[in-house]
Design a protein around this ligand. Structure first.
Ligand SMILES: Cc1cc2nc3c(=O)[nH]c(=O)nc-3n(C[C@H](O)[C@H](O)[C@H](O)COP(=O)(O)O)c2cc1C
Length: 316
């Protein structure tokens, strides 16, 4: 029996999956049905410039982009939503998953999950804007995996397009194993289309999760795609890229990423170089130590490009 391919969503990662990366990724690799912006939040009542720049339609070229908001109450969520609406977005993702302690301790992200009344108040934004398609990205809980079960009733009554669930607890951050039993328990309660997110690194991982949860409506991958930018493309095409094709696309990706950050980063070459190198941390396992070291040690943009152009991978 042939199993149909699931749509693959790119998880938002602050500092990585910014417009530069998203635009470049769709051109060089693709295979992603939906890209999300890292969360936009209010800082002392104002937007951060970089957040606004990241959602501006003029800076974004991917076919399907959904901006994400992070807030701990309705009024902040409304302010952020107004920014998205001003820029013509009609789909919005709500972050109920961020585990960073500074964020979570104020009941943002996964920090709100133990408080159903606060979640209900925040998510009342959904019924106030019937013209907007809302989605939620969440974890099992902050402290305990039952927290999402206590929220299922609230979530089930809302007209959500989907829920993306990362089956870890906020207090775990990114440590430990994903809790597939916790995911299964939530899936049983959840009446919405459900997307699985967490530690998807290979095509086999996608297929294993799809076998285990046959009613899933999608897969979301973040770090796995930064490590292998071809992951979604290879999964949807059903075959691996040749080494030559892979490297050509990888160089194209980083040429495009470079071109956008070169315009954007004002602190000179050193700052630009630091930004570019952060992407190669994730690519380290894919390109191996020798190739990675050349890039990571580069002290100038010339040396950086030498490193990128010299990458030689016999297997990945
Ligand atoms: C550096 C970093 C930044 C992240 N930023 C966001 C964010 O802005 N919004 C969000 O919903 N999740 C964010 N996440 C969580 C990811 O979207 C994703 O849920 C998590 O990494 C698990 O998926 P993965 O194992 O496929 O990476 C971030 C994760 C990391 C490691």
């Amino acid at each position: 029996m042939t199993v149909s391919k699931l749509p693959v969503h790119l998880a938002p990662l602050q500092g990585y999956t910014e417009a530069a990366y998203r635009n470049a990724h769709q051109i060089a690799f693709g295979g992603i049905t939906t890209y999300y912006t890292p969360f936009v939040r209010l800082e002392k009542g104002n937007f951060r410039n970089k957040d606004v720049r990241d959602i501006l339609p003029t800076n974004n070229r991917v076919e399907h982009l959904v901006p994400q908001l992070l807030a701990n109450d309705l009024s902040k969520a409304e302010s952020i939503l107004a920014l998205f609406i001003e820029h013509n977005y009609r789909e919005v993702d709500i972050n109920l998953g961020c585990p960073f302690p500074m964020i979570a301790k104020r009941h943002n992200g996964s920090g709100i999950l133990p408080y159903p009344e606060e979640v209900k108040a925040l998510l009342s934004i959904i019924e106030k804007h019937p013209d907007i398609d809302f989605t939620v990205k969440m974890r099992l809980g902050w402290e305990h995996p039952d927290e999402c079960l206590a929220l299922a009733e609230i979530l089930n009554t809302l007209p959500l397009k989907h829920i993306a669930m990362h089956p870890r607890l906020g207090k775990q951050q990114y440590k430990g194993e994903v809790d597939l039993d916790g995911f299964a328990a939530f899936a049983e309660q959840c009446k919405h289309q459900l997307i699985y997110n967490g530690d998807i690194e290979t095509i086999e991982d996608i297929e294993r999760i799809q076998r285990q949860f046959p009613t899933l409506s999608g897969i979301m991958t973040g770090r796995g795609l930064l490590t292998n930018p071809a992951l979604a493309l290879e999964y949807t095409q059903g075959e691996k890229l040749s080494e030559e094709d892979y490297l050509k696309r990888l160089r194209e990706l980083h040429k495009l990423v470079f071109e956008q950050y070169e315009k954007q980063i004002e602190g000179g070459d050193a700052q630009l170089l630091n930004k570019l190198k952060t992407f190669w941390e994730y690519l380290h396992p894919t390109i191996g130590n020798k190739n990675w070291k050349r890039i990571n040690k580069s002290s100038s943009l010339d040396k950086y490009w030498q490193g990128v152009n010299q990458i030689d991978i016999s297997s990945y």
